[in-house]
Design a protein around this ligand. Structure first.
Ligand SMILES: [Zn+2]
Length: 388
C-alpha cells in the first residue's frame, strides 16, 4: 500500500471516535468511569480471574498498565508494578502470581516517607460447571431473603422452603441460560476498580495531592486465604513501620434494600476501624460528616466473636496483625456472592462511585493529619490466630 494511503488510514483510525475512550474521559470516580472499568475487568473473557491463572495475570497486567499510564511510581519487584508471590500454601504450587504495588509520592517532604495503604484484591474464583443463571439467582435470592428474615441463620426449614420455589421456577423455564464464569463484579472487581479510580483522581486532579504518600496494593490470593496480603506484609516494599494505616475495600457495589437488613443507598459496613486506633475510627466518622456522605455505618459485623468472622476474612487483617490500624469497608454480602451471577448488571454504580469518593477522602484525611493515628489498643500477635 502506498505510504501516503497508509498514513491517511492511520490518521482516520486515530480520529475515529472510540466509545470506550470517550467514556474513559469521564471524570474520575463517576459511575460512568467505574462502569467502563468494571466491564473490562470482569468481562467473560477474563474467565473469573482464578488466582495464579493466565486470566488473572491478564487482569493484574491491566491494572499495572493503567498505573503506568497514570504516572504512578512502581513499587513491586525490580522497579516494576508487580511483586511476585509464591503460592506455596496450596496445590497450585507451580503457579506464579503477583501483587500489584504502586506509590503516589506525598507532597510534604517531611511526611512523604510515611504511607497510607489502600488495598483491594485482584483475584476471584474462575470458572465452574455450567448452571442456569436465572435458576441460580432465584434460588439464591430466596435463600438470602429467608436468611435475613431468620436473623442471618439458614435453618434446614428455611432451605427446604426455598427449594420448592426453585423447582417451580425450573418447570417454567423452557430454555436454561447456561453460565459457568464467576465474574466477581462485586467481589472484588468493585474494590479493585474503585482503587484504580482513586489512583486516577489523586494523580490527575489538581490541588489534592496528599502530604503523606499513598501506597496502593492490589493483593493476589485473597480467595485462597489472604496469601498476597500475607506476603506483602511479611515482605513489604516500603518500611512496614512507616505504613500509618490501611484501608481495605472488598465488595463495595451492592448493599441495597433487601440485600442486607437496613440495606439502601446509604448503607455501608465498617469493620475494624477502632480495633487498634480510636482516632482512626473517629476520623472515618468525621470524614462522613464533613463530606456530607450521610453513610449509615453498620458496625454489627465488627462485634467481637461475630460468627461471620469478617474481621479475619479479608486482606486488612494481615496489616492489623503487625499493629497497623485498619478500616475495612464493604457494602456487604448478597445473593450473588461467589455465584456465576455476581455480574456488572447487578452493581449499583452510583453507590460504588460514592464509596470510591469516600475512600479517596478518607485516604487524604489520614495522609494530611499532622500526626499518624495513635495505636491505643492491644496489638495482635503477628504469628497468632486472628480473633474476631
Ligand atoms: Zn473478596
Amino acid at each position: 500500500m502506498p505510504r501516503s494511503l497508509a498514513a491517511l488510514l492511520a490518521a482516520l483510525l486515530f480520529l475515529a471516535p472510540d466509545a470506550d475512550a470517550q467514556r474513559m474521559r469521564a471524570a474520575p470516580m463517576t459511575p460512568a468511569a467505574l462502569r467502563t472499568r468494571l466491564e473490562v475487568y470482569t468481562a467473560d473473557s477474563m474467565r473469573g480471574r482464578m488466582t495464579g491463572s493466565a486470566d488473572h495475570r491478564r487482569a493484574t497486567q491491566y491494572i499495572a498498565n493503567e498505573l503506568q499510564r497514570l504516572g504512578l511510581q512502581p513499587a513491586g519487584d525490580d522497579g516494576s508494578f508487580l511483586q511476585r508471590v509464591p503460592l506455596t500454601h496450596t496445590a497450585l504450587d507451580t503457579a506464579t502470581t503477583y501483587n500489584v504495588v504502586a506509590i503516589l509520592p506525598g507532597s510534604d517532604p517531611a511526611l512523604r516517607g510515611e504511607y497510607v495503604a489502600l488495598g483491594a484484591h485482584s483475584d476471584h474464583v474462575g470458572v465452574g460447571r455450567p448452571v442456569d443463571h436465572d435458576s441460580v439467582r432465584a434460588f439464591q435470592l430466596g435463600l438470602r431473603r429467608a436468611q435475613l428474615a431468620a436473623g442471618g441463620r439458614i435453618t434446614p426449614e428455611v432451605y427446604a422452603s426455598v427449594r420448592v420455589d426453585m423447582d417451580s421456577l425450573r418447570r417454567r423455564q423452557p430454555r436454561p441460560r447456561l453460565d459457568s464464569i464467576f465474574n466477581g463484579a462485586d467481589d472484588d472487581g468493585s474494590g479493585a476498580m474503585g482503587l484504580l479510580e482513586v489512583a486516577r483522581a489523586l494523580a490527575t486532579e489538581r490541588g489534592i495531592r496528599p502530604k503523606r504518600s499513598v501506597l496502593f496494593v492490589w493483593h493476589t490470593g485473597e480467595e485462597l486465604g489472604l496469601f498476597g496480603a500475607e506476603h506483602f506484609t511479611d515482605h513489604p516494599t516500603v518500611p512496614r513501620e512507616q505504613i500509618v494505616a490501611q484501608v481495605n475495600v472488598d465488595m463495595i457495589g451492592r448493599g441495597g434494600r433487601g440485600e442486607e437488613r437496613n440495606g439502601g443507598p446509604h448503607y455501608l459496613q465498617l469493620i475494624g476501624s477502632r480495633r487498634l486506633s480510636t482516632q482512626l475510627g473517629d476520623l472515618v466518622e468525621e470524614v462522613n460528616r464533613r463530606g456530607r456522605y450521610r453513610w449509615e455505618f453498620d458496625y454489627q459485623y465488627d462485634a467481637p466473636g461475630h460468627p461471620e468472622q469478617f474481621y479475619c476474612r479479608s486482606d486488612h487483617y494481615m496489616y492489623a496483625r503487625y499493629g497497623i490500624p485498619i478500616v475495612f469497608m464493604t457494602t456487604g454480602s448478597h445473593a450473588d456472592y461467589h455465584q456465576v451471577t455476581d455480574e456488572v448488571q447487578y452493581i449499583d454504580f452510583e453507590k460504588l462511585a460514592r464509596v470510591t469518593r469516600f475512600t479517596r477522602d478518607l485516604a487524604v484525611a489520614i495522609a494530611n493529619r499532622p500526626e499518624r493515628p495513635v495505636v491505643d489498643q492491644p496489638r495482635p500477635n503477628p504469628r497468632g490466630t486472628c480473633i474476631q
